[in-house]
Ligand binder design. Structure first.
Ligand SMILES: Nc1nc2c(c(CN[C@H]3C=C[C@H](O)[C@@H]3O)cn2[C@@H]2O[C@H](COP(=O)(O)O)[C@@H](O)[C@H]2O)c(=O)[nH]1
Length: 376
C-alpha cells in the first residue's frame, strides 16, 4: 500500500486534548433498567464533558475551512457526538489503541484487481462510479456481499465494455441488473440499485458527456471538489440528514468513490488528489462494529440490545445518526492520537482501510447494525 501522508487538521488535536483532559473515561456502570428518561441522560451521564470545547472546536473548523462540504461532515458529526444520547466515544479506549499500535497504522495491501475492474483509463472511473452508486446494504444477504458486487460488475464489463455506457445505464431494471451481475437471487433493494444506476446514466449523459472520467477531471485533482461535484450532481449520493434540528453531512459513497479511485490508480493520473487527506472515513456498518468491539464506541443499553438482536434501526433515526457520526468523529480522534505518537501524519482513509479490513476478517455480520438504506 502506498504511504499516506497528510496534514492532519488542527481541529482534531484540540478536540482530543480536550477529551484527554476531560473527565471522560470513567467506567460506564450503574443500573440501566430505568425508563427512556434515563437513556436521555445516558449520553451526558457517561461524561460528555466537551461542553464549551465542542463549540470552540466547531468555530475553529468553520473558520479555518469555511463551508466546504467535507468540513461540514466533520463539524456536523462533532456536533452530533456532543449531543448524543445513545452512543458515546471512549477517549481512554482511543488512547489505548493508539498506544497499543505505537502510533503506527498497518498499511493495507489491497489486491485491487483481485475483485475490481482496472484498465488504467477512463473505463475504470466509469466502473468505480457504477460500483459506488450501488455500494450499500449487503447485510440482508447471508452470503453475497460487497466483494460479489465488485466481481459481478468487473466480469460484466470485461464481457461487454459498453455495459456501463451512459445510455445503457439508463436502461437497467432490477431483473436486468441481476442478470448483468449473474446474481443467483434478488439483490437487497434491487430496484433501488437499478434506479440509482439509471440516475448515474442520465446525469453523466446530461452533464459530463456520458463519462465519469469527465466528472473526475472537472474536480481538477481535488478530492474535496470531487465530493462536492458528486453530491451536487447525483441525488443518490446525497447522504445527509437532520438530527435534533441540525443538518448532518456524511457523504459516505461520494467519499469512498474518491478513495477507491485514489486506491485503484495509486494516487496517480485519474486517481491523483492533492488533498486526499481532507476526506473523512466512510461511515458504513463494518467500522462502527469494529470500534464497538475495541471499546471505542459505547452504545446505550437499549441501542446495544437492538443491535445485538439484529433489530432494524431506522435510517435517519437519532440512534442511527449517532452511530454514524460518532464513528466519523472517533476515527478523526484516533487518527490524531496515532499521529501525535509518532509525528507521522496519517489520513482518515488509511485509518478507515485498516479498521475496515480488520473488521472484514474479525467481525461477524451479526455484529453489524442493520439499517435498510441506500447510503451505506
Ligand atoms: N468504511 C469502509 N467501508 C467499506 C469499504 C469497502 C471496500 N473498500 C475498498 C477499498 C479498497 C479495496 O479494493 C476495497 O474494495 C466497502 N465498504 C462498505 O462495507 C460494507 C460491505 O461490507 P460487507 O457487507 O461485509 O461486504 C458496505 O457498506 C460497503 O460500502 C472500505 O474500504 N471502508
Amino acid at each position: 500500500m502506498f504511504a499516506l501522508l497528510s496534514t492532519a487538521g488542527a481541529v482534531c488535536c484540540r478536540t482530543s486534548s480536550a477529551l484527554r483532559s476531560g473527565a471522560r473515561g470513567q467506567e460506564i456502570g450503574g443500573d440501566w433498567t430505568e425508563p427512556r428518561g434515563r437513556e436521555a441522560r445516558w449520553g451526558r451521564a457517561v461524561g460528555w464533558h466537551w461542553g464549551g470545547v465542542c463549540s470552540d472546536v466547531l468555530s475553529v473548523v468553520v473558520r479555518t475551512h469555511g463551508g466546504r462540504l467535507i468540513m461540514e461532515v466533520r463539524a456536523s458529526c462533532l456536533w452530533v457526538a456532543d449531543h448524543a444520547n445513545y452512543v458515546a466515544i471512549n477517549a481512554k479506549a482511543i488512547e489505548h489503541v493508539a498506544e497499543h499500535m505505537q502510533g503506527a497504522v498497518p498499511s493495507v495491501e489491497w489486491d485491487f484487481e483481485k475483485i475490481h475492474f482496472y484498465d488504467g483509463g477512463p473505463l475504470t472511473a466509469q466502473y468505480m462510479l457504477v460500483l459506488d452508486a450501488m455500494n450499500f446494504c449487503f447485510w440482508p444477504d447471508d452470503e453475497l456481499h460487497y466483494e460479489h458486487l465488485a466481481r459481478g460488475l468487473r466480469n460484466a464489463l470485461v464481457a461487454d465494455p459498453k455495459a456501463f455506457d451512459a445510455d445503457r445505464l439508463q436502461s437497467y431494471t432490477g431483473p436486468m441488473l441481476r442478470k448483468l451481475l449473474n446474481w443467483p437471487r434478488e439483490l437487497p433493494l434491487e430496484e433501488e440499485r437499478a434506479r440509482l444506476l439509471r440516475e448515474v446514466g442520465s446525469v453523466l449523459a446530461k452533464n459530463f458527456a456520458g463519462s465519469a472520467a469527465n466528472l473526475v477531471a472537472r474536480a481538477k485533482k481535488s478530492a474535496v471538489d470531487l465530493v462536492e461535484l458528486v453530491a451536487g450532481n447525483f441525488p443518490g449520493f446525497r447522504d445527509h440528514t437532520v438530527y435534533k434540528g441540525q443538518q448532518v453531512f456524511i457523504y459516505k459513497r461520494a467519499q469512498i468513490f474518491v478513495a477507491d479511485l485514489w486506491g485503484a490508480f495509486k494516487g496517480q493520473g485519474i486517481g491523483e488528489f492533492k488533498d486526499i487527506s481532507s476526506i473523512t472515513m466512510f461511515a458504513d456498518y463494518v467500522v462502527p462494529a469494529v470500534l464497538r468491539a475495541w471499546g471505542i464506541l459505547e452504545y446505550s443499553p437499549c441501542l446495544a440490545e437492538k443491535v445485538d438482536s439484529q433489530e432494524n434501526i431506522a435510517p435517519g433515526s437519532e440512534e442511527e445518526v449517532e452511530i454514524r457520526a460518532c464513528t466519523i468523529t472517533a476515527v478523526e480522534l484516533l487518527r490524531e492520537a496515532l499521529s501525535n505518537r509518532t509525528g507521522e501524519e496519517v489520513t482518515s482513509v488509511q485509518v478507515d482501510w485498516w479498521l475496515w479490513s480488520s473488521g472484514i476478517q474479525s467481525i461477524k455480520a451479526t455484529d453489524y447494525h442493520h439499517a435498510l438504506t441506500v447510503y451505506y
